[in-house]
Unconditional design. Structure first.
Length: 190
């Protein structure tokens, strides 16, 4: 079975919306405003590219990332990697042609089948709505969270507010950095 890893920049109060400066969100770009850049805090981002064998995205994140990541040296290892986009509305004509093989999945059942297939870890960036649905369905195996020392209030959350049984996590890696960021890697306990 493949491991599905959710990776996110997240504020202390759980917001994941617009960390890179996307328009339409009041606090857009919060990952670099007033936070000193400490390179070692982002080491996990390079490691994710080396360890992942496929990428999973929701439609909104795919549409945003596919416009810039294919030409960015920082994300070069993702370019040849197979990508899977979960969407009920996206068509083959909506896919970019310069970012490697991309497959559209139409349901969480198709994500579950992908996890059952042969292969290594699958990394999921952004994709807040998809993350909430996959988490509620018990399909995420690991979380890579870079927690920023900010309270943002309103905004898209990484986790749903669904009333459900507690889900235990095991902290397998952590580190705090001089700029206040914290790396927390959790495995989901089954």
């Amino acid at each position: 079975m493949r491991t599905l890893i959710s990776t996110a920049f997240i504020s202390l109060d759980g917001v994941v919306e617009a960390p890179g400066g996307e328009p339409g969100y009041r606090n857009a770009g919060w990952t670099f405003k007033d936070i000193a850049f400490v390179p070692e805090a982002f080491e996990i981002k390079g490691r994710e590219q080396q360890e992942a064998t496929a990428m999973l995205l929701g439609r909104t994140s795919y549409e945003a990332f596919s416009q810039v990541w294919p030409d960015m040296a920082e994300f070069a290892d993702y370019k040849p990697m197979p990508k899977y986009v979960v969407s009920t509305t996206l068509t083959e004509n909506d896919l970019v042609r310069n970012w490697g093989e991309t497959t559209i999945l139409r349901s969480l059942d198709e994500v579950a089948a992908l996890k059952e297939a042969e292969g290594g870890p699958i990394i999921m960036h952004g994709s807040a709505s998809l993350n909430r649905a996959l988490s509620d369905a018990g399909l995420i195996d690991r979380y890579h969270l870079l927690v920023f020392p900010l309270l943002l209030g309103a905004g898209k959350r990484l986790f749903s507010t669904t009333d459900k049984d507690a889900q235990n996590l095991r902290l397998v890696e952590h580190e705090a950095y001089s700029n206040g960021l914290q790396k927390n890697v959790f495995d989901v306990v089954r």
